[in-house]
Design a protein. Sequence first.
Lengths: 205, 191
Amino acid sequence: MSYDTEHVRNAGNGPTMITGLPTFTELLTNTNLADLYTATRQSSGLTAPELIERVDVSKKTVYEYLHRLERAGLVVETENSGGARVYEAEDFELTLTIRRIEVSITPEIVAVMARADEYPVVNRVCDEHGFVTFALAHDLINAHSEGDVTIRQIAGLADLSDGTAYDLVEALYEIQKLGDTDSGPTTFTPDDVANDDLASDLTDE
Amino acid sequence: MGGSERIYTANIVDTVIFRSLGKSPNQHLQSLKQAVEEAGTELWVSPSIYRELADYGQEPPRNPYLDTGIEEGWIRVATPLSENRETSFDSLCDPVEQAQHLADDYLNQQSKYPETNNWRDASVVALAVRLFEQNTRIRVITHTADEGLARACARIPPEFGYYEIESRYYNPPQTAKQQFPIVESLSWSGQ
């Protein structure tokens, strides 16, 4: 049976039990919890001992966090073909709407927060400008990697200083492995872009 | 070279590239200085880009990215470009100003978020056209980490009859640390 009520949509197999809601928001502030969730998501089917090797917290904390993530429905414990207990992460999207501003917390955002200790600009933006600005800058930087905005536009649209925008761009490109690191710079010549349209009202005689 | 007159190659560099290299002194800037000398070129920045990189928190203000290179003579800051973004294109006669407006419109047109483009982006293109206007035997290479701006650098100067331009686009931006301060990047490739 599926549901499409005001608060529950497309439930498919019926309402799933989700408890431990604070875990969702803790993913934004607890780097180690975010790191464990991200490690589970990026390499599915790992056992607890394998996860302990991947993250920088004690064995006891890993089990505690896995239990917390399970209660929130963010990871599930299953059995692999060899009979070992393994963990799989579930994707999620937590959407908040405040004063008509809608912001989503997703695994991609959590993966950035998992590296916040290595890139102080991430916490600096969250602390000084708030999560909405951070999420906006995150999306704009992904748009930058597609060639859709310039870095100065990111600074203007997210109301960040130029310096902070440059630092955040570098951090998110590294964390999310954006761009093409294997090749040298792309060189555009006039022939390469000759078909790009110019504003006709400026160039028409 | 058979006695032919030498063509001057100018490299115009955007803020993000210097940010990537870091503040002076460091090994990346030292490599850059050597590459500039070997390539027989100079680096150019617009005044607005100089201001973006300057540190106004000290008296007198310093530019930790550029001042050493400027004092040593391998980085040059251009004289100011137009600040008149509101002037209508039709009333402009100066090709440099026209180029800046054309680049501004092009960037807005290419962007996912039209009408939010920054006027300083267009200054990179305007500086290229100015160098062409002021020098008869010149080639220009631009360096940026913004794809739209990189395309604009190659697209706009031909509108004014200048085709000797190559525009290098660094993606991801931090690759400029290794890929910019080398002779190959600063030299005309003739692709």
